[in-house]
Ligand binder design. Sequence first.
Ligand SMILES: *[C@@H]1O[C@H](CO)[C@@H](O)[C@H](O)[C@H]1NC(C)=O
Ligand SMILES: *[C@@H]1O[C@H](CO)[C@@H](O)[C@H](O)[C@H]1NC(C)=O
Length: 362
Amino acid sequence: MIKIIVLLLLCLFFLSDSGLVTGSLSSKHEKIGVFELKKGDLSLKVTNWGASVVSLILPDKNGKLGDVILGYDSIKDYTNDTTYFGATVGRVANRIGGAQFTLNGVHYKLVANEGNNTLHGGSRGFSDVLWKVESYQRDGENPSITFSYHSFDGEQGFPGDLQVSISYILSGKNHLAIVMKAKALNKATPVNLANHAYWNLGGQNSGNILDEVVQIFASKITPVDSKLIPTGKFASVRGTPYDFLKPKVVGSRINKLASTKGYDINYVLDSDKKFKLAAKVKDKKSGRVLELYTNAPGLQFYTGNYISNVKGKGGFVYQSHAGLCLESQAFPDSVNHPNFPSTIVTPEKPYKHFMLFKFSTN
Ligand SMILES: *[C@@H]1O[C@H](CO)[C@@H](O)[C@H](O)[C@H]1NC(C)=O
Ligand SMILES: *[C@@H]1O[C@H](CO)[C@@H](O)[C@H](O)[C@H]1NC(C)=O
């Protein structure tokens, strides 16, 4: 107990130490740190850079521990990462076509960082800022950490001040909850936050995820154009390589998706329950199983198609399909598609996104 208090005090001391100029308005006095949450066999490491997941250590079916999240050895690598490893992405995750939208009669021009479009909040989105550590409890019944960020009016072109918080919580037996909250302080704004962890249940250094078995509880996708912007239509997954209604091996039909080199698509989750099972992943070799529950309407399924020669943990070099992302979120480019569920957050209507990852083995 005393050890914990000392650690906590050390952390508080460390965090209150000023000096590092980060260029972020709200966090001039923060430093980059790595924080561990530990419960039983489960160990989660996160950093306040991008409120990112650094590692998740889980037992396999034989009790052998392994890290199932792609990432880097050095925290410095997270500051110039371009793959969004483990990051919290926002103010609006995914793409906004033409880097613009109109809201309440006002036209907003955003920072375009992928051709003419905005990806994951612009060239300096929430994944590229230093977050403040609001609270931290390393172990106990419910280890947790909460990061906060004040996004200013006009940041990357978005309207209004926005107060954001991300909490990571370990609970139950091998459960990880992520709670994302945002409150518009003065203007209506689109908000769509997502966690961009790349999972490899066989272990971050096991090669690729093509043999993993995936199930996604969605019978429709939102088809996209050649720049990955939704057309605004919905398409049935039946009879297509996108059909994961029954468990399917990821690599079984991936070659049919040549233009994107794999999966990079938003699924429309079927259940209209507020909190529902969105996806299930199983790695046969290690026996590890992941189930993701969420309140979000969509799930972007991305198979790390464009990863190439990224030097990761322990010197392991990640290639295409080294990991997969299960980004529960609102539909991409919703702000330009009135037929999609609204992503507009107002001072009266705050944002809340809940994710529960349940891990088991069989
Ligand atoms: C970040 O920059 C350093 C120095 O240029 C480089 O060694 C490192 O590989 C880069 N990391 C990433 C993830 O790009
Ligand atoms: C951006 O838009 C302009 C004008 O429509 C077009 O000429 C250009 O090719 C586009 N650039 C990209 C990278 O798509």
